[in-house]
Design a protein around this ligand. Structure first.
Ligand code: PBG
Length: 323
């Protein structure tokens, strides 16, 4: 059967009909809001490359999250921006660190909020790489112990989930083992499994002061040209004990999200990264895009590709737009 019997426009005629046949939606429960924590008190500094996002101290962070949680935000993911960096990123697993304090304060003030933490050394090392460096090389196995220590320190502070973003081999297994050994078998792992070496992380690296001091991250993050390899990475993390698998970035990698959804039965998360956010923001600022329409379209596309959860800097705005 074809035209003129078939007329797809019949089901697009009114908003009510369109709403009835809509296949994909965005709900507050799909959102995870990434936030940047700095040591200190009373701090709330807008990040220039990510308008609408802030460097927050643990106390102001709680106040920032409170209305979002009330509006239905289920979860935040915390990134630390420490004052002190060294070769082995020791501030990352300091029990008195800003992230650890923020976790405790959030769980105290908002016990139902799911607190996720990013586990990676790049913001904490003086060389800006995600692992231990020796003779210009990023060492894999030597890094695992530090990541595990960081994850355990977050769990001890009360984190519900940890999210390793470093892309070292074997880190999900090492973290799972360390969490279990320390009595945190209930703490979940959301693994940045298919994480690409992407130019779209630029604004984040300004925000987290985490740009590599030499070279780049292509010896550990994935080559943007590879999709089959992504499935291999996802499978390995699942086998090592990941509870949620993530693809990152999101919009340039919708095909990878779609395959992940088709191949695996666990929840799939996608990270709409800083560059994806900044592009829409910048174009909207110039009047070249309608910000709300473009952001919701991008997020809908990420959901349509198969993501259950989306990490997005638009989360506070989306909550308002959906309200
Ligand atoms: C840390 C990390 C990065 C992002 C999340 N975790 C940066 C990087 O890998 O260089 C990027 C997030 C974003 O761009 O929004 N490894």
């Amino acid at each position: 059967m074809a035209f003129p019997i078939v007329r797809p426009r019949r089901l697009r005629r009114t908003e009510t009909i369109r709403r009835m046949v809509r296949e994909t939606g965005i709900q507050p429960s799909n959102l995870i809001y990434p936030m940047f924590v700095r040591p200190g008190r009373g701090l709330r500094q807008e990040i220039p490359s990510m308008p609408g996002n802030f460097h927050l101290s643990p106390d102001t962070l709680v106040e920032e999250v409170r209305p979002l949680a009330a509006a239905g935000l289920p979860a935040v993911i915390l990134f630390g921006v420490p004052d002190r960096k060294d070769e082995r990123g020791s501030a990352a697993y300091d029990h008195a660190g800003a992230v650890q304090e923020a976790i405790a304060r959030l769980k105290d003030a908002l016990p139902d909020l799911v607190v996720i933490t990013d586990v990676c050394l790049c913001a904490y090392t003086d060389h800006g790489h995600c692992g231990v460096v020796k003779d210009g090389r990023i060492l894999n196995d030597e890094t695992l112990e530090l990541l595990a220590r960081m994850a355990v320190s977050h769990a001890r502070a009360g984190a519900d989930m940890v999210a390793p973003s470093d892309m070292m081999d074997g880190r999900v297994g090492a973290i799972r083992q360390a969490l279990d050994d320390e009595g945190f078998s209930d703490v979940a792992i959301m693994a940045y499994s298919a994480k690409y070496a992407s130019a779209f992380y630029g604004p984040f690296r300004d925000a987290a002061h985490s740009a590599p001091g030499f070279g780049d991250r292509r010896s550990y993050q994935m080559d943007p040209a590879n999709a089959r390899e992504a499935l291999r990475e996802l499978e390995l993390d699942l086998d090592e004990g990941a509870d949620i698998l993530m693809v990152k970035p999101a919009m340039p990698y919708l095909d990878v999200i779609r395959s992940a959804r088709e191949v695996f039965d666990v929840p799939i998360a996608a990270y709409q990264v800083s560059g994806e956010y900044a592009m829409i923001k910048a174009a909207a600022e110039r009047g070249w895009l309608d910000e709300q329409a473009a952001a919701l379209e991008a997020l809908t596309a990420i959901r349509r590709a198969g993501a259950d959860l989306i990490l997005t800097y638009f989360a506070p705005q989306v909550l308002r737009w959906l309200a």
